[in-house]
Design a protein around this ligand. Structure first.
Ligand code: GSH
Length: 242
């Protein structure tokens, strides 16, 4: 059984989609990141970066103690290898899936994340930052759109690369992207959106959290973090937090 430490954000959705697509036995442990639950000792033991998603595999292949993984790209790779699904074994298609997974992890995700920050959350308007991340967003969409020309999926078959990119593109309104400008991305997005596992994943995520806007307190927790936040969270006296 896979325990998924989850909150309904794009990085969390990637893993929920995988678990439903692959038919894996799982349970969700919500981690409300707007209330600071990412800083509890129990969670930091599993995910020292204090970010969701993370998993604990309670039945690892070596039958030893439970195995934890953090970082959504590492989790998708682990689950792909464990289940033999959505990550090819042959070196050539495998390298293709992994390069697009890394493109999402190092580019699409972080850039769209900053775009959302400056377009939706920043307490003051920062025109340079908005322009910078809008431009980078449009550049990345063009990369994906060109690549998807004549293809159904990012790689040869539906894979963890699609699962990693989809939840970010699904927030295209957040990053002020006119998806009609990118017809191949739009076609790919609509096909994935209708997959039964994807529909089920979003239904399950809505039941966990209704998607209400982050409160001012939540914004302080999310956007006011420094080294001191992590040092404080790691102090033994905070063990009583759990
Ligand atoms: N590179 C990480 C990013 C994880 C991440 O940024 N998670 C966000 C939600 S999408 C989070 O936990 N935020 C909590 C916080 O900022 O305190 C991954 O892909 O797993």
């Amino acid at each position: 059984m896979i325990e998924l430490f989850f909150w309904p954000t794009p990085n969390g959705m990637k893993i929920l989609i995988f678990l439903l697509e692959a038919g894996v036995d799982y349970r969700v442990t919500p981690v409300n990141i707007s209330e600071g639950e990412q800083f509890t000792h129990d969670f930091l033991r599993i995910a020292p970066n204090g970010r969701i998603p993370a998993i604990v595999d309670h039945a690892p292949a070596d039958s030893a103690e439970p195995l934890s993984v953090f970082e959504s790209g590492a989790i998708l790779t682990y689950l792909g290898e464990k289940t033999g699904q959505f990550l090819p074994e042959d070196p050539r298609p495998r390298a293709d899936v992994l390069q697009w997974l890394m493109w999402q992890m190092g580019g699409l995700g972080p850039m769209l994340g900053q775009n959302h920050h400056f377009n939706r959350y920043a307490p003051e308007e920062v025109p340079y930052a908005i322009r910078r991340y809008n431009q980078e967003t449009s550049r990345l969409y063009a990369v994906l759109d060109t690549h998807l020309n004549g293809r159904d999926f990012i790689c040869d078959k539906y894979s963890i690369a699609d699962m990693a990119c989809y939840p970010w593109v699904a927030r295209y309104r957040w990053h002020k992207t006119d998806i009609d400008e990118f017809p191949n991305v739009k076609r790919w997005y609509q096909v994935i959106k209708e997959r039964p596992a994807v529909v089920a994943a979003y239904q399950e995520s809505c039941a966990i959290h209704d998607g209400k806007a982050v409160t001012a307190v939540g914004q302080d927790i999310l956007f006011g973090q420094t080294a001191e936040t992590m040092r404080r969270a790691a102090r033994p006296e905070n063990l009583s937090d759990q």
